[in-house]
Design a protein around this ligand. Structure first.
Ligand SMILES: Cc1ncc(COP(=O)(O)O)c(C=O)c1O
Length: 407
């Protein structure tokens, strides 16, 4: 088996160029070093690699297939393919890194996994991994997201996790991260903060990236088997950036492959607090223990952010994306709420696949690329399925698409 854990960046201090690093209170420095050391050992341990590979195959159902979306392709005049991370056990890509983080926590003798969640997909995946390996699990979630993503809250509770509301500020993803960090600081010895994306202090952006790289490693082989060549374009949505970096990593050295990350333009790109387009409109800054692009308010604090997709409304982004933007290797664009919801219905009705609202941003962007005259093939990372979103979508947008509220 190919060792998927070897990549040139970050450097040993966790820097991708000027981004990344570790900006944390002194009491966490020793802990992060321990996590980094344990991760280095696990990533070189054939038994750890084999255990994870076994779980990917028999528990998650990997490899996830690539599907040629022929109806959409015909309609838009370009070949559209979907990497079906929505078919993973628990319904999204998040399980890829949660299993890795849970196995690592177990090896380190931790008792409890804690994490933030936005859309609830990371929370469900971590609660699932915790149940599987026998660890306690606390999930911090903004009150607004708890109401919006109700099915995932129920799933986490059934799986035995505690769901703890974040009640300050906008009560969404950033506030959930604040609350989880605070809880972690109280006991970093027996708990492991299993960060839900390629964000946070070193080694998390690297570790989560490595676990998610399986998406691109599989896709590269599958796509070549299906078509005899590499895709011309890759598209993935970017919240913290884990599903995107997971797909992109295997293709970064392929000059013929154009790579597109998609940020949420929400209700308006010109109004503060109405979007979460960090790479598009942000500037370098430090929050939650790492340096990256960041949306700042007048005082240099994180701006309020918004997106219809609970998993995308974060005022920073993984440091590797900041590096990839500055280097010009990846193009970052935006999709607004209405375009994402249109794509949600279009994929559902053209292909019989209901996507997560987060993933719908990637679908919408691919359709924009097609409309702009891009030729060849587009491989979209369908990061998750939309079961969690159906009540919210019908209630708020159903009338536009011929469905009235059902209850
Ligand atoms: C289905 C899905 N896709 C994408 C994301 C965004 O996260 P990331 O950018 O880390 O992939 C989330 C986050 O909750 C999600 O649930």
């Amino acid at each position: 088996m190919k060792n998927t854990f070897e990549h040139a960046l970050p450097n040993s201090d966790g820097y991708f160029g000027e981004y990344g690093g570790s900006f944390i209170p002194p009491e966490l420095e020793v802990i992060m070093k321990e996590i980094n050391q344990a991760y280095i050992e696990c990533s070189q341990d054939p038994a750890f690699i084999a255990e994870l590979a076994h779980l990917y195959k028999h528990f998650v159902g990997r490899p996830s297939p690539i599907f040629h979306a022929e109806n959409l392709s015909r309609k838009h005049g370009v070949d559209i393919y979907l990497k079906r991370e929505d078919l993973n056990h628990t319904g999204a890509h998040k399980i890829n890194h949660c299993l890795g983080e849970a196995l690592l926590a177990k090896k380190m003798g931790k008792k409890k996994l804690i994490a933030e969640t936005g859309a609830g997909q990371h929370g469900v995946a971590l609660a699932t991994a915790a149940a599987l390996v026998g660890l306690e699990c606390d999930i911090y979630m903004g009150e607004v997201d708890i109401a919006k993503e109700h099915p995932n809250v129920v799933r986490m509770r059934i799986l035995g996790a505690n769901v703890i509301p974040a009640t300050h500020g906008r009560k969404t993803l950033k506030e959930a991260v604040d609350a989880a960090f605070e809880a972690y600081l109280k006991d970093p010895i027996t708990q492991l903060y299993a960060i839900g994306s390629v964000v946070g202090p070193h080694p998390f952006p690297k570790m989560v990236r490595d676990f998610q790289s399986i998406i691109g490693n599989e896709a590269r082989v599958q796509f070549q088997e299906m078509t005899g060549r590499l895709p011309d374009n890759l598209v993935a949505c970017v919240g913290g950036g884990s599903n995107a970096v997971g797909l992109f990593t295997a293709f970064l050295g392929d000059e013929s492959v154009a790579i597109h990350g998609v940020e949420p333009a929400g209700r308006s790109l010109t109004e503060v607090g109405e979007h979460a387009a960090t790479l598009t409109l942000g500037e370098p800054g430090i929050m939650h223990g790492f340096k990256s692009y960041m949306l700042k308010d007048g005082d240099g604090e994180p701006q309020e952010v918004y997106s219809v997709a609970s998993g995308l409304d974060y005022p920073s982004v993984g440091p590797q994306h900041a590096y990839l933007k500055d280097s010009g290797r990846v193009n970052y664009g935006t999709v607004n709420d209405d375009e994402a919801i249109d794509a949600f219905f279009e994929l559902s009705r053209e292909e019989g696949i209901i996507p997560a609202i987060e993933s719908s941003h990637a679908v919408a962007y691919a359709l924009k690329l097609a409309a702009s005259g891009v030729k060849g093939s587009i491989l979209i990372n369908l990061s998750g399925r939309g079961d969690k979103d159906i009540d919210f979508v019908v209630e708020n947008y159903g009338h536009k698409y011929g469905i009235e509220t059902l209850v």
